[in-house]
Ligand binder design. Sequence first.
Ligand SMILES: [Zn+2]
Length: 269
Amino acid sequence: MKVKVISVLEDNYMYLVIEESTRDAVAVDAAVPKRLLEIVRKEDVVLRAVLITHHHCPFVGVPGAHCPVLSPSRAQRSSLSPQFGAIRVRCLFTPCHTKGHMCYFMWEDGSLDAPALFSGDTLFVGGCGQFLEGTAEQMYTNLTQVLGDLPKETKVFCGHECTVRNLKFALKVEPENEAVKKKLAWARQRDDEDLPTVPSTLQEEFLYNPFLRVTEEAVQKFTGRKEPVEVLRALRTEKDNFKKPKERPHPQAMLAFDWGLFAPFLEKK
Ligand SMILES: [Zn+2]
């Protein structure tokens, strides 16, 4: 299972997951659908589904789509473990950044490749999403139970490139944390070379991501709280004031896209 990282707009990611022997493919998020389509064509794969992690619009229209397009609300209603060709998916409901936010865990049966988590705007490399439509309690459940319990070798592919900014904040929280320093130096270098910092692994995230480290003494000390949910809430508030993130384009950009254009690339039923 190969994951193609597609950088679009200022800092958005789209992904194309490809099972190499069958050429089955599943896309995650589609901020610039035309670009996705170009990649589908170039890779010569059969697009089995488009999965959307979240959007900031109540409605996602997908006229003419001939493969399943799983918006977060559709994903919630569908099977928890759909299968698209050789690619297995587990839909993980992670409300907080948006009310309907979904993460997608993917793997391939019988493959030795590490599974992949498409975490949208819930878990970032070195950070987590803003609590736009939810609570610290929800994000705590998302990070510790829903995502935190996945296999540690899981590769993390998130919705935006914001690693350097996140790790600068992580360093403020834990100035002595060597894992933060090391990852920040690496991320800065990747940034200079205009290379993505995804994927990380869940195991790594637990070493430097303050939002996954709310029971660590240094993180508790920074926030002046002890109770994990309260630590998380205080961390998020601090991060929101650390550097206001700019308004960014989100997957709702896909609203304007004619999904019928996908038709030639989909397998005829
Ligand atoms: Zn978002």
